[in-house]
Design a protein around this ligand. Structure first.
Ligand code: C2E
Ligand code: MG
Ligand code: MG
Ligand code: MG
Length: 283
């Protein structure tokens, strides 16, 4: 096709591809040095009980400050790290750091909250994953019930193996949730057999809740989750209208900018000291 359109088009593809590869290589090389240079950090976003405004936990999210390129979004570098396999070490660091920080908050008397950590499939399928989780819990002294792992629907591709790992994770006392639910390829038939605790409604369904299709989807996901005796949490709540509608449909857990952006630990500590959001502070 490029040839038919003439030389220029071909060159254009070539350059674009070249730029893309060069950028990927820069990310990959950057990631290799990121540990030594201490360029990674975690930020925390509260999970909230919608009716009471009470903080019931937090999600840890990875941040990378590149020395030259500045802040790079996880949406950009996580896929590269997954492809190269670097996600296994990075994910291990995230898990350990999140557990260490949560234990510290608990020692400071800031409630017994659970911390959620995103785990990519590649990490999840790593044969030593279970051992890693249990040694991190042991090392940090964090109670297993204060840890939740967020995985995506892509684990369903290898369902027999996944059920096996999930069962073992949960037998440690650690909780599991399905992140971005509704965007992947879960078969409902498989979902009922998955040993999990929580469904997390993807934020794309909240973006245009007045859209009747999205509204129908949210209602269906909430019903599905509740019927399967799972917790249901909504991500990406930005307005009080979205919050009210979720409560109306029996979804009483959520997170989003309405409550707080993800915050560095010092700022999150201050939020924890308050403990909850009042209706007034949100409007
Ligand atoms: P996710 O796990 O679904 O996380 C939710 C994302 O939505 C986060 O983006 C969060 O900052 C953002 N968010 C929170 N509230 C709102 C809201 O009200 N509106 C909107 N529009 N967005 C909101 P972030 O931090 O950029 O992370 C993006 C994705 O990168 C995550 O999606 C997760 O899939 C991945 N990720 C982040 N940290 C890690 C990690 O430590 N390990 C792995 N494997 N993946 C990670
Ligand atoms: Mg998540
Ligand atoms: Mg999500
Ligand atoms: Mg996501």
């Amino acid at each position: 096709l490029a040839k038919e359109n003439g030389k220029n088009t071909f060159q254009f593809y070539d350059e674009a591809l070249h730029r893309q590869l060069a950028y990927k290589m820069e990310i990959e090389n950057g990631l290799r040095k990121a540990f030594d240079n201490k360029e990674f950090s975690l930020v925390y976003q509260p999970k909230v009980e919608l009716k009471s405004g009470e903080i019931i936990g937090m999600e840890a999210l990875l941040r990378w400050q590149h020395p030259k390129l500045g802040f790079i979004s996880p949406m950009e570098f996580i896929p590269v790290a997954e492809e190269t396999g670097q996600i296994v070490n990075i994910g291990h660091w995230v898990l350990k750091e999140a557990c260490r920080q949560n234990k510290l908050w608990q020692e400071q008397g800031l409630h017994n909250l659970s911390v959620s950590v995103n785990v990519s499939v590649r990490q999840f399928q790593d044969s030593s994953f279970l051992n890693k989780v249990s040694s991190i819990l042991e090392e940090t002294g964090l109670s297993p019930r204060c840890l939740e792992l967020e995985i995506t629907e892509s684990i369903m591709q290898d369902i027999t193996h996944s059920v096996d790992i999930l069962t073992q994770i949960r037998s440690l006392g650690v909780k599991v949730s399905i992140d971005d639910f509704g965007t992947g390829y879960s078969s409902l038939n498989v979902l009922k057999d998955l040993p999990i605790d929580t469904l997390k409604i993807d934020k794309s369904f909240l973006e245009n809740m007045s859209d009747s299709m999205n509204s129908t989807m949210i209602k269906s996901i909430i019903k599905l989750g509740l019927n399967l005796k799972l917790n249901v949490i909504a991500e990406g709540i930005e307005t009080t209208e979205q919050m009210e509608k979720l409560i109306e449909n029996q979804c009483n857990l959520g997170q989003g900018y309405l409550f707080s952006h993800p915050l560095p630990p010092e700022e999150f500590s201050m939020l924890l000291q308050k403990g909850s959001f009042s209706k007034k502070s949100l409007t």
